[in-house]
Design a protein around this ligand. Structure first.
Ligand SMILES: *[C@@H]1O[C@H](CO)[C@@H](O)[C@H](O)[C@H]1NC(C)=O
Ligand SMILES: *[C@@H]1O[C@H](CO)[C@@H](O)[C@H](O)[C@H]1NC(C)=O
Ligand SMILES: *[C@@H]1O[C@H](CO)[C@@H](O)[C@H](O)[C@H]1NC(C)=O
Ligand SMILES: *[C@@H]1O[C@H](CO)[C@@H](O)[C@H](O)[C@H]1NC(C)=O
Ligand SMILES: *[C@@H]1O[C@H](CO)[C@@H](O)[C@H](O)[C@H]1NC(C)=O
Ligand SMILES: *[C@@H]1O[C@H](CO)[C@@H](O)[C@H](O)[C@H]1NC(C)=O
Ligand SMILES: *[C@@H]1O[C@H](CO)[C@@H](O)[C@H](O)[C@H]1NC(C)=O
Ligand SMILES: *[C@@H]1O[C@H](CO)[C@@H](O)[C@H](O)[C@H]1NC(C)=O
Ligand SMILES: *[C@@H]1O[C@H](CO)[C@@H](O)[C@H](O)[C@H]1NC(C)=O
Ligand SMILES: *[C@@H]1O[C@H](CO)[C@@H](O)[C@H](O)[C@H]1NC(C)=O
Ligand SMILES: *[C@@H]1O[C@H](CO)[C@@H](O)[C@H](O)[C@H]1NC(C)=O
Ligand SMILES: *[C@@H]1O[C@H](CO)[C@@H](O)[C@H](O)[C@H]1NC(C)=O
Length: 851
């Protein structure tokens, strides 16, 4: 028993040394003289109060969840006589006894029902027979909770913006993101700021991929189980869209699948934002899609989006155009031109007859000029879209230009027949249809025809039409082909012949070259109105024209001035009585521009209406009578007379070469309606049905309805707007083109009513335009022009025609600019001696008449 007590003392002493080091100053045990200083040594206490056991050395946290902690510690002194108690200082409660009596050297203990992500403070007591140790304090943290959800704010092809709410709205937690595709973890995502959420950008990703991520909440080195989620990056755009077929209403598109992946779908968006979903899931590496219900000849812009798991790409933008039905437009075809106004987009045009010609495209209008008469042309329109040249007419249009005219018809009269010969038409032709007094025959392969079975001494009228396949050219009329008289009337004939020969002798002195029996159609027949000086004018051949022009313009246009001056007295012998009658005086715009009586246009007289209007008939090419009417611009008081003239003369066109107001002065009354509402002038109701404006002219379609006769006619109004009064236009080209329009209309119309031309006075610009039209016809048919002769002739029909010298020079300039380009003459321009002079003088003239 004593022995036992001692051992207990030893143990007590040991405990003392360890636990009460603060009391080291106290003398060593063994002294029992001071019971108060050392009550433990009291023998009476020994059996009832054993010395308290030691604390554990350390506590290890094996693992943790959000609610549990697994703890492990080595048993005190590796002795299984001790039990343990754990106090949770956060909860304040103590565990029940943890039994340490098993044979192991350590204790594993699970703490449950804890809160997630919390730093718990514990004290572990060692207990031996009801006496516990001082307690071993330690702390351990539970695993934090996962976030509730992760939101994808937006994404690009390589980045994802993520957002999540902080766990428990507590900024003590940090986060870590693991990319399960890459396997790598992000660095710590700090959650310590004051916000309640975290926004985080993931970079360096691949486009159009479904990424799987795990987001861990981290608290003091311990992480949550991880919140798994997936997010997709935006897919890439297609790199190109091709058009398989284009039509007027459809576009079939085709593109290569992005990444060759069938999981991507597509959205085609038009410029209005309307969208069409297109599946990309079927087999194959390309996707085809047809857009329908489109308008012809329209450029459309589309955006093609790639869609992956509901996420869209940026979008690939491209443009395409639908084709045009060119055949639906109205095409005007003449000898050498093809023209149309085509609805729909196109930028270039070609006409091909084996060799290709480029057309002139202005807005919606296309025109080809200098084409080969009678040739077959394929017309194609194109649209340049970026680098691509797209064919806009899905079927090429084919036209045969109007076949050429026969040249130089020679009519040789015999007794009962006519021998006709003509020059080779200049262009493509297959036959020439000759019609003599109602009988017509087709001639091909030869340039002559003998028409037999005719009556002698009779004048026949011949019409000739050139054909190119089924296309007919213009019909040319020759009205003075005469058969010879027979010998039955020999005596009479001899007498007549003698007289005729005498007359001929005189005639031959003037005209040496013409043979008696051959009538080579001259430009002008002789008429009583031919003035005395007509004979001195000679046509200048086109070859000689440049020299002639040069000659006239030398020394500051000295020769021009001289030639022009001689017109000043023409017509002085012709009467103008009607114009100055008191009732007519007020109908003249200018007191000095009055029509000659013999050539004036007479209106029908009804009631007290006078027959007077300030207008004259002017002959056309080959002296075709009454081809033109030159008139003054109507006054407010003469508008009704003007329209009456149009109706009575059956004119189908009015050419206006002035503006109503110029430099603030009234030049002409606005005699046609300004808008679609009709205007009444006497019995006539005028309606405008269309108006087409160009840079230099306006073309209007008018309908003139005679209410009394309930009959209506179309009248085309050609209005040239770019010509200053007394002056001349800036260049010749506009007027030449304008004249071409008028000529085309004359050719295409059936009736032969005169073309009414007016400016303000109806002499200067009017005369220049008429002269240009006639002289260009002469040039085309005869390869020669007689400008002075024709101006002289016009002045015998209406005074002051071609009113200024500058207009006279301008007329020459126009002719010069229309001369056929002959290659054989090119050396003249490369000749070292002359070109500079020619060029300089041309320039001088140009600047002169622009003033
Ligand atoms: C934690 O440790 C204990 C004791 O080793 C073990 O039984 C338990 O399975 C562990 N839990 C986890 C989640 O690792
Ligand atoms: C364990 O401790 C008790 C009490 O101090 C003691 O009696 C016993 O001998 C010890 N056992 C071992 C194996 O040390
Ligand atoms: C955040 O969590 C820590 C650790 O669990 C805790 O100490 C703190 O009180 C919490 N703060 C708030 C505002 O809940
Ligand atoms: C837990 O809190 C205690 C103080 O209460 C501190 O000493 C200890 O370092 C904390 N534990 C961790 C892992 O931060
Ligand atoms: C263990 O000791 C602590 C103080 O050291 C005391 O609060 C506790 O009640 C004791 N427990 C037991 C079972 O004796
Ligand atoms: C995506 O969201 C982030 C965070 O709100 C923002 O900063 C960024 O501008 C957004 N990006 C796009 C392309 O909308
Ligand atoms: C991404 O893939 C996972 C499976 O890996 C799937 O559950 C999820 O629906 C996919 N995400 C989308 C947006 O389809
Ligand atoms: C977080 O936990 C996961 C398993 O739950 C583990 O793989 C990962 O290494 C842990 N990360 C950290 C930083 O502890
Ligand atoms: C095509 O037109 C050219 C003139 O532009 C002409 O020389 C040629 O003979 C024409 N060819 C055919 C096949 O008509
Ligand atoms: C149209 O004509 C061009 C040449 O003029 C030719 O290359 C093209 O194939 C033709 N197109 C059609 C549809 O006939
Ligand atoms: C021939 O000309 C006459 C008048 O010149 C005309 O009446 C007739 O229709 C023409 N015949 C043909 C077949 O062209
Ligand atoms: C001449 O040829 C044209 C075109 O082939 C045809 O229309 C016309 O009837 C022919 N005329 C005669 C008289 O054979």
């Amino acid at each position: 028993m004593r022995n036992t007590v001692w051992l207990l003392c030893l143990c007590t002493a040991h405990f003392w040394c360890e636990s009460n080091t603060s009391s080291v100053a106290t003398p060593k045990s063994g002294s029992i003289k001071n019971p108060t200083a050392n009550p433990i040594t009291t023998t009476t206490a020994v059996p009832t109060t054993p010395a308290p056991p030691s604390n554990v050395n350390k506590v290890e946290v094996l693992n943790q969840t959000e609610t549990e902690l697994w703890l492990k510690w080595d048993k005190v002194n590796n002795n299984n006589s001790y039990n343990y108690k754990l106090r949770n200082n956060n909860g304040g409660e103590e565990s029940s006894i943890i039994d340490g009596s098993d044979t192991l050297s350590y204790v594993e203990y699970k703490v449950s029902s804890l809160s997630a992500g919390t730093n718990y403070s514990f004290t572990l007591f060692t207990e031996f027979k009801g006496v516990n140790s001082t307690g071993f304090p330690f702390s351990a943290v539970t695993a934090p909770s996962n976030v509730n959800k992760v939101e994808v704010l937006n994404q690009t092809e390589t980045e994802l913006w993520l957002k999540w709410d902080k766990v428990n709205n507590n900024n003590s937690y940090d986060y870590k993101l693991r990319n399960n595709n890459g396997g790598e973890e992000s660095s710590i995502i700090d959650g310590s700021d004051a916000l309640s959420y975290v926004e985080y950008k993931v970079s360096s990703l691949s486009a159009g991929t479904n990424y799987s991520f795990t987001l861990f909440t981290e608290f003091k080195g311990v992480n949550s189980t991880g919140f798994p989620f997936s997010a997709v990056t935006a897919p890439s755009d297609v790199t190109q869209v091709n058009v398989v077929t284009r039509s007027e209403t459809h576009l079939q598109l085709k593109w290569t699948k992005v990444n060759n992946d069938n999981n991507y779908n597509y959205i085609l968006k038009d410029s209005n934002g309307a969208e069409v979903d297109i599946a990309g899931s079927d087999a194959g590496t390309t996707v085809k899609h047809t857009v329908s219900s489109l308008s012809a000849g329209t450029e459309y812009t589309f955006t093609l989006l790639t869609v992956f798991e509901g996420v869209r790409s940026k979008g690939f933008q491209f443009s395409e155009v639908t084709t045009i039905n060119c055949a639906a437009s109205e095409w005007t075809v003449s000898h050498s031109t093809i023209e149309a106004e085509v609805q729909g987009v196109f930028t270039t045009a070609t006409a091909n007859n084996g060799s290709e010609v480029n057309g002139l495209v202005v807005g919606n209008k296309v025109s080809f000029s200098n084409l080969y008469p009678g040739a077959t042309y394929s017309v194609s329109l194109y649209y340049e879209l970026g680098q691509e040249k797209l064919s806009q007419c899905s079927h090429n249009l084919t036209f045969v230009t109007v076949p050429p005219l026969v040249q130089n018809l020679i009519c040789d009269g015999r007794d009962y027949s006519l021998s006709l010969k003509w020059g080779e038409p200049d262009g493509v032709w297959t036959a020439v249809e000759v019609n003599v007094s109602g009988k017509s025959s087709n001639v091909s392969g030869t340039l002559e025809l003998i028409v037999a079975g005719l009556q002698p001494a009779k004048i026949y009228s011949i019409s000739i039409t050139t054909l190119s396949g089924a296309t007919r050219g213009l019909t040319q009329l020759f009205s003075s082909c005469q058969t010879q008289s027979t010998v039955i009337w020999v005596p009479v004939l001899v007498i007549i012949l003698l007289g005729l020969l005498a007359a001929m002798g005189v005639f031959m002195l003037r005209r040496k070259s013409q043979l008696l029996s051959k009538v080579h159609m001259p430009m002008y027949e002789r008429h009583s109105d031919t003035g005395p000086s007509q004979d001195k004018f000679k046509a200048i051949s086109v070859k000689k024209f440049p020299d002639h022009f040069y000659h006239l313009s030398r020394d500051e246009n000295r020769e021009f001035t001289g030639e022009y001056l001689q017109f000043s007295t023409v017509g002085a012998d012709l009467s103008q009585h009607e114009a100055i009658l008191p009732e007519n005086k007020s109908k003249n715009r200018f007191i000095d521009i009055l029509p000659y009586d013999y050539s004036r246009v007479k209106l029908s007289t009804r009631g007290q209406n006078s027959d007077y209007i300030n207008a004259n008939f002017i002959p056309g090419y080959r002296d075709k009578k009454m081809e033109y009417i030159a008139a003054q611009g109507p006054l407010t008081s003469t508008v009704s007379d003007f329209w009456r003239m149009i109706w009575e003369q059956k004119s189908e066109r009015i050419v206006m070469v002035t503006n109503c107001i110029e430099n603030g002065k009234a030049k002409c009354d606005q005699y046609w309606p300004q808008d679609p509402s009709p205007c009444r002038h006497g019995d006539l109701l005028i309606t405008m049905t269309s108006e087409r404006k160009d840079t230099d002219w306006i073309v209007r379609e008018l309908i003139v309805k005679n209410e009394a006769k309930s009959e209506e006619r179309r009248v085309k109004h050609f209005h040239f707007t770019a010509w200053p009064d007394h002056g001349v236009p800036n260049g010749t080209q506009e007027l030449i083109e304008f004249r071409g329009l008028i000529r085309q209309h004359i050719h295409s119309s059936r009736s032969s009513g005169p073309t009414v031309v007016h400016c303000s006075a109806g002499v200067g610009r009017t005369g220049t335009l008429i002269a240009l039209d006639v002289l260009l016809q002469q040039m085309e048919r005869e390869q020669a022009v007689d400008i002075a002769g024709f101006v002289h002739r016009m002045r015998r029909h209406r005074p002051r025609m071609v009113q200024t010298e500058s207009q006279y020079i301008f007329l020459h300039q126009c002719i010069k600019d229309c001369l056929p380009q002959e290659k054989s003459e090119e050396p003249i321009y490369v000749n070292t001696a002359s070109p500079a002079i020619i060029y300089e003088n041309t320039a001088a003239i140009t600047s002169n008449y622009r003033n």
